[in-house]
Design a protein around this ligand. Structure first.
Ligand code: SAM
Length: 225
């Protein structure tokens, strides 16, 4: 094994070179300084002026679901984490257009954000909708939902906190259940799947999956400690 092997970290995403529209570029230039969370922030809650339950959405894609949820649950603070620049630009435009004061954005690997920028017990809810399924066996190690990642969530989430996962890829749904079974702090709230909860709108990738005839799987669990 090379001496650099340990330094290479497997990421759950590839940076897609998506083209930014002028509106998205403007949003990144003008709105990211206002709504973005810099890497120097070491407690995500400090990104807001008010104290409120904190919801983190990981991999929000084009951000339309996040904007909808934030408008629908104004009593909560929402942090979206996404590495895809056009998606971040699009969300920022919605945040501005809809006057959403309860949304902040971290444009960085969610694993790093949670590990380095959140404190234990500080996150009330984590929502991860349609994470990249990495269908090929040799890519399974790239899947975001893995026991070590779930252990990180256990540490960062508040007791009784809610983790909500959704996927349209049946083998990933089974994989999620197997990963959760290795982390007993999470208790499933379903049998094991639930109908789409009222707080989750249909997402862009969900609709893509449905057009291909895929079944949708929602998994909700609580941190029982
Ligand atoms: C398949 S898309 C789903 C997007 C959206 N949730 C939806 O349902 O339409 C997955 C998204 O997760 C993002 N992503 C994957 N791994 C990530 C990570 N470690 N940190 C931040 N974003 C990540 C990708 O950039 C991508 O936009």
């Amino acid at each position: 094994m090379s001496q650099f092997e340990n330094l290479r970290r497997i990421r759950s995403f590839v940076r897609r070179p998506g083209r930014l529209t002028p509106g998205q570029q403007r949003a990144l230039d003008e709105l990211l300084p206002r709504y973005g969370i810099g890497e120097e922030c070491d407690d995500l809650r400090a990104a807001f002026e008010r104290e409120a339950p904190l919801v983190v959405e990981i991999g929000f894609g084009n951000g339309q679901a996040l904007a909808w949820m934030a408008a629908n649950e104004p009593e909560k603070n929402f942090i979206g984490i996404e590495v895809h620049e056009p998606g971040v630009g699009r969300l920022l435009r919605s945040v501005e257009a809809d006057g959403l004061e309860n949304v902040r954005v971290a444009m960085r690997d969610a694993v790093e954000v949670l590990r380095e920028q959140s404190v234990p017990g500080s996150v009330d809810e984590v929502r991860i909708y349609f994470p990249d399924p990495w269908p090929k066996k040799r890519h399974h190690k790239r899947r975001l939902i893995q026991p070590p990642f779930l252990e990180l969530l256990v540490e960062r989430m508040a007791p009784g906190g809610c983790l909500h996962l959704a996927t349209d890829w049946a083998p990933y749904a089974e994989w999620m259940l197997e990963a959760l079974a290795e982390v007993p702090a999470f208790t499933l709230q379903g049998d094991p799947f639930v109908d789409r909860p009222s707080w989750r709108p249909r997402t862009h990738f969900e609709q893509r999956g449905q057009r291909k005839g895929h079944q949708i799987f929602d998994i909700v669990c609580r941190l029982s400690r």
